[in-house]
Design a protein around this ligand. Structure first.
Ligand code: NI
Length: 171
């Protein structure tokens, strides 16, 4: 078990466009294991991209319903016209939340931890997490996607945070 430090806003890795992974070798397997260990050890973590542990490679994990799934070189190959607005938070912008519009459904093609290609059709919360994490790989943060930046707000107490956690992405 190896948890890594999650870097926060201001760290240059969060603004880098992560590089494509050409071979899923032992070092990549170690990286995705560390991503899983780190997100699963983080309260309310729903996903984590490699940039967030300062590794500028195109790998992310989702952790929806506490089930880890690895996406290497993920690409959105289909998306719905329908969009949906919900509150998001980010493990790299701790304590801050704001509403973001996302596609309701996306189909993502990627490689798994064995280097095998797969496709996932995701909807609602899972689709939101995937869009948030793929943004990270492109150096984009949820605050960049907010139409009205004045709606960015801080959640101070644990109690408030508990009330919000069911509907929010902490990724
Ligand atoms: Ni994030």
């Amino acid at each position: 078990m190896a948890t890594r430090t999650i870097v926060t806003v201001g760290h240059p890795a969060l603004r880098q466009r992560a590089k494509k992974i050409h071979r899923v070798d032992e070092s990549v397997k170690q990286l995705v294991d560390d991503l899983i260990d780190t997100v699963s050890a983080t309260p309310n973590g729903a996903g984590l991209a490699a940039n967030q542990i300062a590794v500028p490679l195109r790998a992310l994990v989702t952790y929806v319903d506490q089930k880890p799934q690895v996406f290497i070189n993920p690409e959105i190959v289909e998306e719905s016209e329908e969009v949906d607005e919900a509150e998001e938070g980010c493990l790299s912008i701790p304590g801050w939340y704001g509403p973001v519009w996302r596609k309701e459904r996306v189909t993502v093609r990627a490689l798994n931890e064995k280097g095998k290609q797969f496709k996932v059709k995701a909807a609602d919360f899972e689709a939101r997490v995937l869009q948030h994490e793929i943004d990270h790989l492109n150096g984009v943060l949820f605050i960049d996607r907010m139409e009205d930046k004045t709606q960015l707000h801080r959640v101070e107490s644990d109690e408030e945070e508990e009330q919000l956690e069911d509907e929010q992405v902490f990724a």
